[in-house]
Design a protein around this ligand. Sequence first.
Ligand code: ZN
Length: 668
Amino acid sequence: FPVVVFGDNFLSWFSVHCPVLEVLIMPSLRDEMEKKIMEILPPDAKFSRVDFEGPNVIIYVMNPRYLMEHSEYIKTLAKELKKYIIIRGDPKVRIREVDKLKKVITDMVTKSVGSNVIDDIVVDEPTGEVYIYLKRPVRERGKLEKDILAETGWKPWIIPTALEMGKDLPRSDIDIVKQIQLSTAKERLDFLKKLGMRIHREPIYRDARVTVTGLGAQMEVGRSAILVRTRESSILLDCGVKPSSSGDEAPLIDDLDLDNLDAVVITHAHMDHIGFVPYLFKYGYKGPVYMTEPTKYLMEVLLTDYIEQAESEGRVPPYSRQDLATALYHVITLDYADHPTDISPDTKLMLYDAGHEVGSAVVHLHIGNGLYNIIYTGDMKYGPTRLLNPAHNRFKRAELLIMESTYGGKEDVQPPRQESEQRLVELVRHAVEHEGKVLIPVFSTGRAQEVLLVLNEAINNKQLPKVPIYVDGMVLETLNVHLMFPDYLNRTLREMIYDGINPFLSEYVKPIERARDPEKRKEQIMEILQGPPAVILAPHGMLNGGPIMDYFVHAAEDERNMLIFVSYQAENTVGRRIQQGERKLTVRYYSDRVTLDIKMKVESIPGFSGHSDRRQLINYVRNMEPKPHKIMLVHGEPAKIMNLALTLELQLKIPTVFMSNGESIRLV
Ligand code: ZN
């Protein structure tokens, strides 16, 4: 087979665009793998064939029950093949009739966790998988999945929709994600098969080269986007927008070669990390987007809202609902786990808990069989919160740590959590006693849920009078995602949710269903603002639009009211300007501009942040195992980054670098 080398990227281009080469590569890899599988699996398992779907290796067997009862073989397979393995029953042994399949599954679920737990069963014929939607999360998920595969031959995925606990909560995200999954089943399988070939081919280049390019979030907070390139692959970490009062800014993605981009990896569902993902698809990206399962649902909620908000303000959104749907069907979800997932011929990916919001992840890229390891923290909290575990900092290997620096400045030492909670309760009590309304601008996830937990507890302990807590906007949808995935929360909350208790809602929490009609909406808002004292939680967290603005423009000029910031306010946002003392300002409100003379009290409680403070950032590195050889600081204001870099170099003796947007650093 004659190969003429035209340039550096020719072979990798060729392997991607020329099916002949795939045909040449694949049989040998498949044969080799089949041979290994047959050596490992005993004849009783009745191995039939192997396939590649995206990063996963699918092994079909005629006797799935045997493997479910002898799971040690699956572990050996994963270890020997160094791949993520999914076992499916061969089509010949699957229950053929859909009705019968559904009945068998229903009976098994009923026997195992009780009757009337199933919300829906969706059969995915092309793959041989079946999605079982349960009304509540169940501890027995793993065992139940094994038993169903053994009994039916279908590979089940149990998805708890938390319908039972979140009766009043909107759940359009679940329906939309399900709908996309159903309507794109065939295309998705096709996409996964092509991707499987692209990922599992042998690497072409043997020499090393690793480069990191900052496309956003360099010396700034917002529009996170970092490109990692080797000679084999090109991987984009995060793709967000930068919120500002003069319109959102995009990362520098115009020069990205979307045809040669192997993967996008998303750390978490905040707009400054995920907001521009559908834009990539609008301009021709056809590859995978990796993230955790909660992040997928949060992405749907957040980005739909982003499009709707732009429309309601008379702006053209940067991408359409269709682009978002396309992005969603290219999502591949991973758990927090030590087992590596192949995302390109020379790069493996692992995700770990980042402690920042439900489903947030620290990314570990393992490049070139141990040649180079990059840990990227995304946004992280190295400390326990009411919701989550602290960020993970134990890895097998780590050459480079790319770390956020939001609160890296000298002055950024947050008071202990308990003190902050006490302060919040005191402030709310003060405002309520003075007949005021308390406005708390929040991001849809994280702070909102924590504030709810704190206020509910304070009311129950009689530290606060029984005051209504109105919850508006996306906070409601995202509450549902917390209930769906208790395994992503800390132990206390996880156990409560598995026991059927919804820790976020109480009789005092009043979900606001947003009226579509603007007049009705205004009536709704005025009724609350003219009523008795109340707390109002609504996005967006930096007062850059969103439902909070409906309350803010009407409450700002009343001195009895109070505005409490519990999260980071980025430069150039309305929130930051108010926090810095501006009291007369003009804000965008739908398609108008409104000038406000702010008389309400303004308070900030930095201790609630989902970001690490300066001490936690330093301790994250100090306690990290193994110690990184180099640190790159991102996601911070310039002065904070420079100061933190100096401290890390002096205290921990680790070379620390930072870049401007558009700059690259060659690592190997
Ligand atoms: Zn974040």
